[in-house]
Write a protein that binds this ligand. Structure first.
Ligand code: ADP
Ligand code: MG
Ligand code: MG
Length: 381
């Protein structure tokens, strides 16, 4: 990391934490922010651990908006958990203020730092290895959405405008094709044809939102398994972290992206396309886990589109990779020439696989909804 221990120590002292800083260690697993684990020792020898995190300013153009969202959401969750004593584990993500009372501290390089409690006794996983993990991850993201389901989405800033505006993503891709700035369009004819054939589907969730069939809610927008804190002893999810992309949106994008990243055993940029498959038992576990915590607030339209949402978000991500490839790899970091095209191809293969299993996936959702014991599912009719 470019950030040294000395700088982190200086930042740590600007937060209103009791005691003496006794340790600081970088956590290298995140891909976006710069994250440090620090320990403070009080006079009577008690050690408490915290997370110090520098927001990546090249990814987040509006770091103040990001912080406002994180503040609102963490405060709401902690108030609600305290009021209703809903949280069994006793651990939720909370911000600690700086000595000036604000929840962020600036550094000398125009960076913004914040401080969270360290979620103890947990670990994160990078890939979903089994059904148990899939269930826990989905349950955790559903629980997060449930905890903020009574907070008005209008209170949050849309920190990445049009993040899931699939229609604009499509139109932007077509404009980039028209321009052909890097002369790469000729080699992607097949991919473009595949995407064009599915144009009709890019509006489906947008239209449902527009008609009010699907409500605008508060969503996480980075629903990967490595953002779920899993209890080391019990293997159960404790809470979700990484709230930088919390925004108003449809919960379908959260569920869909979790399926996209969890359902296939292959990497996002797998070049051996036959390795990209839909593991039905994993999908079933995702549905089970998600409905166990989100089943109470989802409406019928949302439930009906859960399976479709996986396909839609995968298509959206494929379009973004292809757009970046045609524009000369300006957004996603590439490790070799053609990397974004490989990523696009892997995502399009996953779209095709999901299409092949769509009937089965939809049947699975219906089947699981029927077995939900609470009456919440009948309240719409
Ligand atoms: P990024 O956006 O870079 O992925 P994250 O907020 O996900 O940043 O943090 C990176 C890693 O740091 C996480 O995967 C997790 O292992 C660890 N981490 C972050 N916040 C906490 C926390 N409050 N308690 C314990 N570990 C944390
Ligand atoms: Mg993360
Ligand atoms: Mg993040």
């Amino acid at each position: 990391s470019l950030i040294g221990l000395e700088a982190v120590t200086g930042i740590a002292l600007k937060f209103a934490i009791e005691g003496k800083l006794t340790s600081a260690e970088e956590i290298e697993t995140g891909h976006i922010n710069s994250t440090w684990k620090v320990g403070f020792e009080t006079e009577d020898g008690e050690v408490r651990r915290f997370i110090l995190q520098r927001i990546n300013a090249s990814v987040f153009k509006d770091p103040m908006g990001v912080m406002r969202n994180v503040e609102r959401v963490t405060r709401h969750i902690n108030e609600r958990v305290m009021r209703k004593k809903e949280d069994v584990s006793g651990q939720t993500l909370a911000l600690y203020p700086g000595r000036d009372g604000r929840f962020w501290v600036p550094d000398e390089a125009d960076g913004i730092w914040r401080c969270y409690n360290f979620i103890e006794g947990c670990r994160t996983y990078d890939v979903v290895e089994n059904e148990g993990q899939a269930y826990q991850a989905a349950r955790a993201f559903g629980a997060f959405q449930d905890l903020v389901s009574d907070l008005s989405p209008e209170l949050l800033v849309e920190t990445i405008p049009g993040f899931h505006d699939t229609r604009s993503r499509y139109e932007h891709l077509m404009a980039v094709v028209e321009e052909n700035a890097c002369g790469r369009v000729a080699e992607v004819g097949e991919e473009l044809a595949f995407i064009r054939e599915r144009e009709g589907e890019v509006d489906r969730v947008l239209n449902l939102l527009g008609r009010g069939d699907i409500p605008l809610r508060i969503t996480h927008n980075d629903t990967k398994i490595n953002n779920v804190m899993i209890d080391e002893a019990s293997d159960e999810a404790v809470c979700v972290i990484d709230l930088d992309t919390v925004m108003p949106g449809s919960v379908l994008y959260d569920f869909g992206d979790l399926v996209r990243t969890a359902v296939s055993p292959a990497e996002e940029d797998e070049t051996e396309l036959s390795k990209i498959v839909v593991r039905m038992p994993i999908f079933e576990a995702l549905v089970d886990g998600y409905l166990s915590s989100a089943g109470g607030f989802l409406n019928d339209s949302e439930v009906t589109n859960l399976a479709f949402s996986a396909k839609l978000i995968t298509l959206e991500v494929a379009m973004r990779f292809l757009t970046d490839h045609l524009e000369g790899d300006r957004y996603f970091k590439i490790h070799h020439a053609g990397h974004n095209l490989e990523r696009c191809r892997a995502q399009l293969r996953l779209v095709a696989e999901l299409e092949g299993k769509m009937g089965e996936m939809e049947a699975c959702v219906l089947d699981r909804v029927k077995t939900l014991s609470c009456g919440a599912r009948d309240s719409d009719g």
